[in-house]
Design a binder for this molecule. Structure first.
Ligand code: F6R
Length: 608
């Protein structure tokens, strides 16, 4: 989603802003722009499409100002063209914005009635015009922003630059994250630490409702009531934010290949290897033994991680699980027991629907536990307890390593719950840990099947529709496989529970539709083979992602078999994530798609 950067610098800031915007590219965007002060006058350069287009404009007409704001836009209101690109400006100020101003129509009408003329279709321009009108009425920048902020509804972060006010920026946070960075005679504003990592490792995250006045000497932070407040300054380990693709062509490829390492790191955080037991890094503020059910909510890939975990919590901890996508959870008005537990899962920790569901659970008196990859995120900070996934920054828009790390933490948590509820005895827990600690090695082995998968990807790239099937924990993996393929290759793909096939989707089967069956040799393998037979009988072309034993037993003609290493079925989803991701990746690469930044998608979805 949109990314914000602002710099009150000593020299020309345009290059620094481009560098920061490049670090925000991973969030997904369709236009970009910057504004600086040239001799006190606001000057903007904006371009549709990639940052390279904006850079080309800057080469043609450079900007020399030392105070500026910049933005990558992911369109919500208005098409992704240059007119709608940020910064939006009036003669008095320029503004960049992440999020949605929900009452923009109402404000626009009010301003239009006051003869204000709008140039764009965006909600953001309303903010520019509102603050500008306050200034027309004699208010100084700080007063004008202070008067405008309480009038805005929605979830947003804002950055303002004012004509004639070199050395001044204002930033505001209301539902979307914003950080302030402190340098030597320079101060920065950014949507996240990643954007500011090349300039500083000293950061302060604004809290809900905060806004800040930035000058070269630092920042004054005020809360929603306008009181000057102190917020903690943190040291961010910038080396953790190095962004490069290593020897890989795409971030997604790099992140797929990093999985043995990051899953290993995550396991080391949650498992007492010598003791053969799960050892959570911190005590949880609730007791699994006292829970009558667990509610899980998340979006997209994180939701599929939750669906896998439902099988684990129910079988390993005998804990009933209720799970839904967060965009539904937040409006369902589900009765939730006070002192019950809601578990939310999110890579970014900023997903608007997941955050709203977390807040709903809190309003019902529930404990809230989050599994997040960004420990400084809003979801992490607002939950009663947080378990980090140690995947490191995930830059490719399609989630890969964050997903396998989410699964790893979820399995550890289910084992912890199983012990707490008296379901798992020490011997069974040790057996599960023995299986878990083989996972990084198994993932490394799974990665070696890449050549076979590349060949298969050529076949899949010719298809118009692809089906994914699975049973048990392989069912959510089928959903995830289909999501991964469609989001980066744009081939239509659907995942189904293998047993559901005959209730409708079987009508789609013919020789043009590859059917990818995810089936380790587990307790439901034979049932899945029956479903494969139904596909084969209708001329469907089957691809089995399974193991040697399954491949030897099923006795059917397949288009291809991708043979995964033998493993304990309980850990299969974590290992089988690898071929699923690689198949989507190679199909998209083969088709020449923009794998790291697929069309229409955003990394951090901070709007509903
Ligand atoms: C798909 C993908 C998305 C995210 C979803 C939730 O590859 O990345 O479906 O999983 O937008 O995002 P987070 O995990 O940041 O809450």
């Amino acid at each position: 989603m949109c990314g914000i950067v602002g710099i009150v610098g000593r020299d020309a800031v345009a290059d620094q802003m481009i560098e920061a915007l490049r670090r925000l590219e991973y969030r997904g965007y369709d236009s970009a722009g910057i504004a600086t002060l040239e001799g006190g006058r606001l000057e903007r350069r904006r371009a549709q499409g990639k940052l390279a287009n904006l850079q080309a404009k800057l080469v043609e007409s450079p900007l020399a100002g030392s105070t500026g704001i910049g933005h990558t836009r992911w369109a919500t209101h208005g098409r992704p063209n240059e007119t709608n690109a940020h910064p939006h400006a009036t003669a008095r100020l320029a503004v960049v914005h992440n999020g949605i101003i929900e009452n923009f129509r109402e404000l626009k009408q009010e301003l239009q009635a006051d003869s204000v003329v709008f140039e764009t279709e965006t909600d953001t321009e309303v903010v520019a015009q509102l603050v500008s009108r306050n200034m027309d009425r004699g208010q100084k920048p700080v007063e004008a922003v202070a008067a405008a902020l309480p009038r805005l509804r929605g979830a947003f972060a804002l950055g303002f630059l004012f004509a004639g006010e070199d050395g001044l920026l204002i930033g505001a946070r209301h539902g979307a994250p914003l950080a302030i960075g402190f340098g030597e005679g320079e101060t920065y504003l950014g949507s996240d630490a990643l954007a500011l990592a090349p300039f500083t490792d000293a950061l302060t995250y604004l809290e809900e409702g905060d806004w800040a006045i930035l000058t070269r000497d630092g920042a004054e932070i005020r809360d929603a009531e306008g009181r000057v407040v102190e917020r903690p300054r943190q040291r961010i380990a910038t080396q953790a934010y190095r962004i490069d693709k290593g020897n890989h062509r795409h971030f997604m490829a790099k992140e797929i290949h990093e999985q043995p390492e990051v899953v290993g790191r995550t396991l080391a955080h949650y498992v007492d290897m010598a003791g053969g037991r799960v050892a959570l890094p911190e005590a949880l503020p609730f007791d699994f033994a006292k829970l009558s059910r667990l509610s899980i909510t998340a979006c997209g890939t994180a939701y599929y991680a939750g669906l896998v975990a439902r099988y684990w919590f129910e079988s390993l901890a005998r804990l009933p699980v209720d799970i839904d996508v967060a965009s539904e959870t937040r409006y369902r008005e589900a009765p939730l027991e006070a002192d019950g537990l809601t578990l939310v899962i999110s890579q970014s920790g900023e997903t608007a629907d997941t955050l709203a569901s977390l807040r709903y659970a809190r309003s019902q008196g529930q404990h809230t536990l989050s599994i997040v990859n960004v420990p400084t995120s809003t979801i992490a900070r607002e939950s009663s307890a947080m378990l980090p996934t140690l995947a490191g920054p995930e830059i490719g828009v399609a989630s890969t390593k964050a997903f396998s790390c989410q699964l790893t933490v979820l399995l550890c948590l289910a084992i912890h719950a199983g012990r707490a509820r008296g379901v798992l005895d020490p011997a069974r827990e040790r057996a599960l840990i023995d299986a878990l600690i083989t996972v990084p090695g198994l993932m490394a082995e799974a990665l070696t099947r890449e050549g076979e998968i590349e060949g298969l990807a050529r076949e899949v790239s010719k298809a118009r529709d692809v089906l994914y099937l699975g049973r048990g924990t392989s069912y959510p993996m089928a959903l995830e496989g289909a999501l991964k393929l469609k989001e980066i290759s744009y081939i239509h793909a659907e995942g189904y529970a293998a047993g559901e096939l005959k209730h409708g989707p079987i009508a789609l089967i013919d020789e043009s539709v590859p059917v990818i069956v995810i089936a380790p040799h587990d307790g439901v393998f034979e049932k899945t083979v029956s479903n494969m037979q139904e596909v084969a009988a209708r001329g469907g072309r089957i691809v089995l992602i399974g193991d040697a034993q399954g491949a030897a037993e099923h006795g059917l003609d397949t288009l291809a078999t991708v043979t995964m290493p033998d493993l304990d079925p309980v850990v299969a989803p974590i290992v089988y994530a690898v071929p699923i991701q690689q198949l989507a990746y190679h199909t998209a690469v083969f088709m020449g798609k923009d794998v790291d930044q697929p069309r229409n998608l955003a990394k951090s979805v901070t709007v509903e």
